[in-house]
Ligand binder design. Structure first.
Ligand code: NAI
Length: 718
């Protein structure tokens, strides 16, 4: 009888295969679409390492995922939410550290074979391995995205990553959370080799064997001289820490607690040694888990996961072919993300030539992705092949979904959609990407209003994650289900709202922008207003946003909203129209609230356009405290969001949070307007709105459910 039995492997986590001296640990969590790291995973990996360490016939080890297109998606966030105290978190973090340490100091060489996403803890786990090899699959990407959840890489990332790729690359990855794609990963030394996906396991086993034989040693590109000089002594490293901190503070406006702590962990580790760095990492990570900012960001993450599942999937028809009407800014963008996700696109504009021009725009946009290493030229060409410019409507006969993105004109939209209805299959979904017109009005003359729906995308389409689907009282279940499926296939996070002027996102944005114009008319300086809102956490202020979307577009939206929705209480500014009529449209005319230099995608903001003050009653002479500006603008948006929920435009507070953050850039660290109310307390919001009502009028009257929550001391998110 053996004195101690080998540790049992957990088949719900992983399985082990040994072939000619090389053990492969297949991480493949049962009943899960992707692998994540939980305490059970740590148990299973520890046991697997015990086994391979103990087996004399194993000379080297490969870690690989059993999932088709993902390695390990990161830590299990449910586990994080379940912790009660920082000490509980710290204990698990220290276990993860111990695991990496064991892998790193194993007598048997280890190889991580990465196919698909290796995120957060998944990537950190590979950092202890002797060698990393990644597939060139278009789903393969690596990132330490914890900062986006208000956290820091707590699985050793702040220590092992800078040691592997250098301080500057490590800060770039950890402070932005951005994905690194295979070619770049190889270039910066994050992985040692690349291989086409089918050959990954075999290549990893071969590398493991060669490492054990001593015939392969990882060859890492020496970093540039400047990089080495900068990172070689504490004085120059201090410059790197200070710069990283300064950039992070500038970008986050001091609203995010994680970046400064990331820099602190790296600094401790580099200046005082690995163990001190790991200890600091464990402490600061555990602290961050309990901050309101991280809680808000994690709640958004879960809300997004919910929006990424189609609750109507059973009724959805397959989406293989999209008919795209309008090949302008939005149409080309929608066509691009569709083709990039395997949907064939028939692209129509006013004539064939304009449709072909739209296709050229898509080529340019995809080529940019090629230059960033996101896709290969071959992949670009495959995607582009799926976009077919067409000259007449007949070609739409095979479409599963048709989306129109022609200019914002009710008659034009009705006319093109009537032409579409005449040629498409009876089960084809017909959608409008209008930014504000009620869908029911567009579908008023339709023969089959039940298949009409709104699919509202945000500019720039390839970047903005949200799709707002708008249903009318006539829209049927199959239409909703198929539109939802199309959005998910395009890679979007979906919310579904009810019809109305501006639906949800445009309505709350329009009234926020209107309030900014009213401030301007009262004499506020538009640059001060922009600064205040950036400080609040928006990616840009309202006036810069006006320039981006077009002051003329803003004026048009005001017109739609004014005609259709507003009660007498609302003061509507007509400044946008006045400016647009004078040719001040924003970026497209290179002059709006700011002037712009350069061309096309190289357009850059130049300076504030003081001439604006000639066209508004105020003269930019009144200096307002930033807090006053923030109070008026933010509470206008929050109160409107709540009204949308009260009126049934929104189906849930969670949708309201997702829509505001992912569609409009509402400060993510607040989690969205509803989470903001919950964290601040409805009573306080009601009190502040009442004060604003006294000062500025009844447009600030608190929404009904805010009062109810204030009276009962309850919250939107329970
Ligand atoms: P755009 O002016 O860039 O593109 C419109 C395209 O439609 C042009 O290429 C034009 O030639 C084409 N077009 C005109 N008449 C047509 C017809 N009869 N048949 C086929 N094509 C025709 O405009 P953009 O910005 O793409 O906007 C399109 C729609 O998307 C509008 O309803 C707008 O309100 C909405 N939208 C715009 C957003 C933005 O940020 N620009 C955001 C969300 C929605």
């Amino acid at each position: 009888m053996p004195t101690s039995a080998p540790p049992a492997l957990d088949p719900a986590q992983l399985h082990l295969e040994v072939d000619d001296g090389v053990a492969t640990i297949w991480i493949d969590q049962a009943d899960q679409r992707v692998n994540t790291i939980s305490e059970e995973t740590l148990d299973a990996l520890e046991a697997a390492i015990d086994v391979v360490e103990g087996r004399a016939d194993v000379r080297a080890v490969v870690f690989i995922s059993g999932k088709d297109d993902s390695f390990i998606a990161g830590a299990d966030l449910d586990m994080l939410r379940g912790f009660d105290t920082p000490a509980d978190v710290e204990a698990v973090i220290r276990r993860a550290h111990a695991l990496i340490d064991r892998v790193q100091h194993s007598t048997k060489p280890t190889v991580a074979a990465i196919n698909g996403a290796a995120m957060g803890g998944g990537l950190e786990m590979t950092l202890g391995c002797t060698y990393r090899i990644a597939s060139t699959h278009d789903k393969t990407k690596m990132a330490l995205p914890e900062v986006q959840l208000g956290l820091l890489p707590g699985g050793g990332g702040t220590q092992y990553l800078p040691r592997l790729v250098g301080l500057q690359q490590a800060f770039q990855m950890m402070l932005t959370g951005k994905n690194v794609y295979p070619r770049k990963a190889k270039r910066i030394g994050l992985v040692d080799a690349l291989i086409h996906p089918p050959g990954l396991h075999r290549a990893a086993v071969t590398a493991a064997r060669q490492l054990a034989d001593g015939t392969l040693s990882p060859e890492r590109q020496p970093r540039s001289l400047t990089e080495r000089l900068l990172e070689s002594n504490p004085y120059s490293r201090k410059i790197v820490y200070d710069k990283a901190l300064e950039r992070a503070e500038q970008e986050g406006k001091g609203n995010y607690p994680a970046p400064a702590r990331i820099v602190a962990c790296v600094k401790t580790g580099m200046e005082e040694g690995l163990e001190a760095g790991l200890q600091r990492e464990a402490e600061l990570f555990s602290e961050l888990v309990f901050t309101p900012e991280s809680k808000a960001l994690v709640s958004l993450f879960f809300a997004k996961q919910q929006g990424d599942k189609n609750p109507h999937a059973a009724d959805a028809l397959p989406v293989r072919t999209l008919g795209m009407l309008g090949a302008g800014l939005m149409g080309a963008g929608i066509a691009q993300i569709s083709a990039a996700n395997g949907i064939d696109v028939q692209l129509k504009d006013q004539d064939f030539t304009q449709a072909a021009t739209g296709r050229e725009q898509i080529w340019k946009s995809l080529s940019k992705e090629v230059s960033k290493g996101i896709r290969s030229t071959f992949e670009r060409d495959v995607v582009l092949e799926r976009v077919r410019p067409i000259g007449d409507y007949e070609a739409l006969a095979s479409a599963d979904v048709v989306i129109e993105a022609v200019p914002e004109n009710l008659e034009l939209k009705r006319a093109v959609l009537s032409d579409v209805e005449a040629v498409v299959r009876p089960d084809c979904v017909i959608a409008s990407n209008t930014s504000a017109l009620p869908i029911a009005e567009i579908a008023e003359e339709a023969q089959h209003p039940e298949r009409f729906i709104g699919m509202h995308y945000f500019s720039p389409v390839p970047k903005m994650p949200l799709l707002e689907i708008i249903t009318t009282e006539h829209t049927n279940q199959a239409t909703l289900a198929t539109a939802y499926a199309a959005g998910l296939k395009q890679g979007k996070t979906v919310i579904v709202v009810n019809d109305g002027p501006g639906f949800y996102t445009t309505r709350i944005l329009a009234l926020y922008m209107n309030e900014a114009l009213l401030l301007l008319e009262e004499g506020a300086s538009f640059t001060e207003v922009d600064d205040a809102m950036e400080q609040f956490g928006f990616p840009m202020g309202p006036f810069e946003l006006f320039d981006l979307v077009g002051i003329d577009v803003g004026a048009k939206i005001t017109e739609v909203m004014e005609e259709r929705m507003l009660d007498d209480h609302f003061s509507i500014s007509h400044t946008a129209k006045r400016l647009a009529d004078r040719g001040l449209a924003g970026q497209k005319t290179k002059k709006g609230f700011y002037t712009y230099a350069g061309e096309g995608t190289k357009l850059e903001k130049d300076e504030p356009n003081k001439d604006i003050y000639q066209h508004v009653p105020g003269r930019g002479s009144t200096s307002l405290a930033p807090s006053m500006v923030q109070e008026r603008l933010a509470l206008m948006m929050v109160n409107q969001a709540v009204r949308c929920l009260d009126e049934g435009i929104l189906q849930s507070a969670t949708d309201g949070d997702l829509g505001a953050v992912f569609g409009l850039g509402y400060p993510p660290f607040q989690g969205g307007p509803f989470r903001y109310v919950d964290q601040t307390g409805a009573a306080s919001i009601v009190g502040r709105l009442k004060q604003l009502t006294r000062q500025y009028g009844p447009r600030f009257t608190p929404a009904d459910s805010l009062r109810t929550h204030a009276e009962n001391d309850t919250t939107y998110h329970g």
